[in-house]
Design a protein around this ligand. Sequence first.
Ligand code: FAD
Length: 373
Amino acid sequence: MAYDVVLAGGGLQNGLIALALLHQSPLKRIAIVEQGDRLGGNHHWSFHAADVPEAAAGWVEPLVTKRWPSYDVCFPSFERRVDSAYATVTSARLDEVVRAAAAAAGADVMLGRGVRSVQADHVVLDDGTRLDGALVVDARGPGAPTPEVAYQKFLGLTLRVAGRVPERPLIMDTRVSQTNGLRFVYVLPLDADRVLIEDTYYDESPVVDRATLEQRILDYARGHGLEVLEIVGSEHGVLPLPLERTATPRFTRPLVAGYAGGWLQPTTGYSFPVAVRLALALTAADPRAAVNELAARLGEQAVFLRRLNRWLFRSITPEHRWRLFARFYRLPEDVIARFYAMEMGAIERWKIVAGVPPRGLRMREFLRAVGDA
Ligand SMILES: Cc1cc2nc3c(=O)[nH]c(=O)nc-3n(C[C@H](O)[C@H](O)[C@H](O)COP(=O)(O)OP(=O)(O)OC[C@H]3O[C@@H](n4cnc5c(N)ncnc54)[C@H](O)[C@@H]3O)c2cc1C
């Protein structure tokens, strides 16, 4: 079978690419192959509204299940409301929207089908079916971790609760015991009686002790005046955060996209904003040039963010890592937004580094300490 575009893996990245391409031209012949029984797995993907370029709003907007005008952060030393819009997308909505767009355009969504191999111009499925594509995109999710990574790992429980659900997301609450590294709780108010609470860790091990985290989440909910009536959903993630230089993303054949291709924010492990921009680049008149131009911009930002990771994991003792973020969240809103969006200039970088723990660091000392990878 021959297509304009074959998408291997039906997760976030390829879901967004399918939407972007079908939005641009419903005549595109697209196949999306996913081993699971629905697209997108089981996630809430959240992002700062400013992370999404205007040109992508038309196809990102239908994915948003909830948005808020601001969010909170809490540290032992201070609390703050950040007046930046924040939004979330669910896997269920991604599945629904991509399938509807595909059905309308006659694109093929192949669920429950494994991809055995991905080549420059075709994909072979586990049952031997060959799909030819003028463009082939491999986005089969985070790959095997390399030794030079740390992790952002978490368990999230969606809870039906009685009590006062917070008005705004609380995207970082470090007023919890700091065990092996940075730990914080993340709270997303979904409805009047539904809340997503995640217990998140930044440390060197990929292991997640699910039972302990679940108990900590339930204790946190109760400790914040919420009576837990039911656990209605759960999701977990182990996101590798690069510490050293990684292969620079660029336009290749096949195009390795999504988390596996290094299209992510190295310090947060979040990939939604980058995935949107990569999908948008593929709609350009010259996709190769647009993808490589985006890769060059992100690659330059990633150098700084990997340095920040090395500083966080190698120079700050585990129990003090939260201080880096406490310091960061005292910065002006535009600096915070540019960090998440990977659009930092020299001044933002200096503001992020200047004064970070342990002793009020300067950019020169920071660069000397973390080397140049
Ligand atoms: C629980 C969770 C929550 C997250 N929350 C956020 C967030 O709030 N904001 C944010 O920006 N980032 C978030 N991330 C990080 C990142 O955005 C996600 O990991 C994102 O899903 C990565 O997109 P992807 O398309 O690269 O991979 P995935 O979304 O993991 O998609 C890969 C897909 O490929 C399929 N696949 C794999 N192998 C095969 C095969 N051989 N054949 C066929 N199909 C295959 C998988 O089943 C999967 O559906 C989160 C990650 C997790 C795990």
